[in-house]
Design a protein around this ligand. Structure first.
Ligand SMILES: *Cc1c(COP(=O)(O)O)cnc(C)c1O
Length: 360
């Protein structure tokens, strides 16, 4: 099989080793005589898989199981847009959101169905071509919500703003979880759809402080209550067994590579290769993010000044085995997603192509 360079924003590239082990597991899980697709979620095989994925995730996030609960849920990060306010917002309170792109907009729209929402900082007036330059939080906010990496617009918080003491701090980290150096202990709740940087589609991780759980009203439907999931040992109902299994394999791979710090260095090198090539030809390429420090290392967004050459650019890239480079329809242009599993070699191939294409 000839692998393409897969620049897709999600579902996204996974390491070959992970795919190989997963495919073996589809035929037979260890020496169990059954496929991973056939095992019960209450049996000891799955229990070990679940615990292993959970332990690795906490270890890689540098969080303690004494403080944090880990849930593997369905519904995508989009379900968390609603589940977060359902659990932690009410009509007499206000949550504060940093509005940095399409995903934060969707998160706010859901929260408004449950209570007050205040935009604490926004770059909407700049069409999200940067992060907000200022923000203000109030000490009585129900919580503060941030999107750590804006997958569509290509911005990323390197340092996240401070919130007032006592205010719960929630993060949608879908597209950069374990892909940057981040102090996750500053957050009370972190959620991420797995299909960008953690594993396959189908599972969403929610890591939340156990101290939040008693505050959750018992009146909300059980399936959407973090407290109910936690009380049921994170196995309230059937979890996405296969997705959790593959995510666990991918976390094992990440540890085998030297962990987050090693992969983050790799990610910086990959991003630098591509940004340097773009910046070398300001008459040809326009990176869509206007403040260099706000550029994402995970999703690199850019346009061609001559839009007539777009189709040509894409077909040339495809001929070299590169795929998934088309930008999100709301931003246009191109997007190169360079998640943890994306090989350095592929970033070099893109950078070389950018230089050659510009020279033509
Ligand atoms: C992809 C993405 C989402 C939506 O994820 P789904 O799992 O498709 O619901 C939410 N937030 C961010 C930052 C994303 O990148």
């Amino acid at each position: 099989m000839k692998r393409i360079y897969n620049f897709n924003s999600g579902p996204a590239v996974l390491p070959v080793e992970v795919l190989e082990e997963a495919s073996r597991g589809v035929l037979e899980l260890g020496r169990s005589g059954v496929s991973i697709l056939e095992i019960g979620h209450r049996g000891k095989d799955y229990e070990a898989i679940h615990q292993d994925a959970r332990d690795r995730l906490l270890r890689l996030m540098n969080l303690s199981e004494l403080d944090y609960e880990v849930l593997f849920l369905g519904g995508g990060a989009s379900m968390q847009f609603a589940m977060v306010p359902l659990n932690f917002l009410s009509s007499d309170r206000t949550a504060e959101y940093l509005h940095t792109g399409e995903w934060s907009g969707k998160a706010m729209a859901e929260a408004r169905k449950f209570g007050g929402v205040r935009v604490a900082g926004s770059s909407e007036a700049d069409r999200f071509d940067r992060l907000p330059m200022e923000w203000k939080f109030s000490p009585d906010a129900a919580y503060v919500h941030i999107t750590t990496n804006n997958t569509i617009e290509g911005t990323q918080w390197k340092d996240t703003p401070e919130v007032p003491a006592g205010v719960a701090y929630f993060a949608d980290a879908s597209s950069d979880i374990l892909g940057v150096e981040r102090d996750y202990s500053r957050f009370d709740l972190i959620y991420a759809g797995a299909q960008k940087n953690l594993g396959p589609a189908g599972v969403t991780v929610v890591v939340l402080k156990k101290s939040l759980l008693p505050k959750i009203p018992s009146t909300i439907p059980s399936i959407w209550s973090y407290a109910v999931h936690s009380k049921a040992g994170a196995l309230y109902n059937t979890p996405p067994v296969f997705a959790v299994y593959v995510m666990g394999l991918n976390l094992k791979w990440l540890e085998s590579q030297g962990g987050v710090s090693e992969v983050v260095q790799r990610n910086s090198r990959k991003a630098a290769l591509v940004y340097e090539a773009l910046d070398a030809f300001p008459g040809v390429y326009e990176p869509t993010v206007k403040v260099k420090e706000h550029r994402s290392a995970m999703n690199i967004t850019f346009r061609l000044l001559d839009t007539n050459r777009e189709a040509d650019f894409l077909s040339g890239a495809q001929a070299l085995g590169m795929d998934g480079l088309k930008g999100h329809r709301s931003v246009g242009g191109f997007r190169a997603s360079l998640y943890n599993a994306f090989p350095e070699e592929g970033a070099q191939v893109l950078a070389d192509y950018l230089r050659r294409f510009a020279g033509r």
